[in-house]
Design a protein around this ligand. Structure first.
Ligand SMILES: [Zn+2]
Length: 140
């Protein structure tokens, strides 16, 4: 199958040529966490295109676009990694630099989630929650 065949297949379904190229290059997986973005509706709806370098003259160049899941794109936001990325450099190096940044942030966020899980998924919390809900209901 050639690129034009894929374009003819996907463009009538609302894909732009740029989305097709980004998707094919990434094998339809998030380039930062490798999440398969065509394995389910939830995964497909997480599809986003990240700008590796958010502020560059080459902003919309294919080099600068990375297939990303919503979570990775949110964790990255508009940040530029402290390890400078040269837009003329090897793209896989740029992806690995961004992946490292995202992974650091993912670990910090996971610690927050673990804290919440520990606080609100224990037996004591279940009892306190029932009391709080009864209190909320009595105040209606
Ligand atoms: Zn991801």
């Amino acid at each position: 199958m050639k690129r034009d065949d894929v374009l003819q297949m996907l463009m009538p379904r609302g894909w732009s040529a740029q989305q097709v190229d980004v998707g094919i290059r990434a094998n339809f997986c998030c380039e930062y966490c490798e999440r398969d973005l065509i394995s389910s509706v939830n995964d497909y709806d997480a599809w986003q295109v990240d700008h590796i370098l958010p502020r560059t003259d080459e902003r919309e160049s294919l080099w600068n676009l990375a297939l990303s899941c919503k979570t990775c794109n949110f964790l990255k936001r508009h940040s530029i990694p402290t390890d400078p990325i040269d837009p003329k450099s090897d793209r896989s190096h740029a992806i690995s630099v961004v992946r490292e940044l995202i992974n650091e942030r993912r670990e910090r966020k996971q610690a927050q989630v673990d804290f919440l899980k520990k606080q609100f998924r224990c037996v004591e919390w279940t009892k306190m929650r029932a009391a709080i809900i009864a209190e909320i209901d009595s105040n209606r």
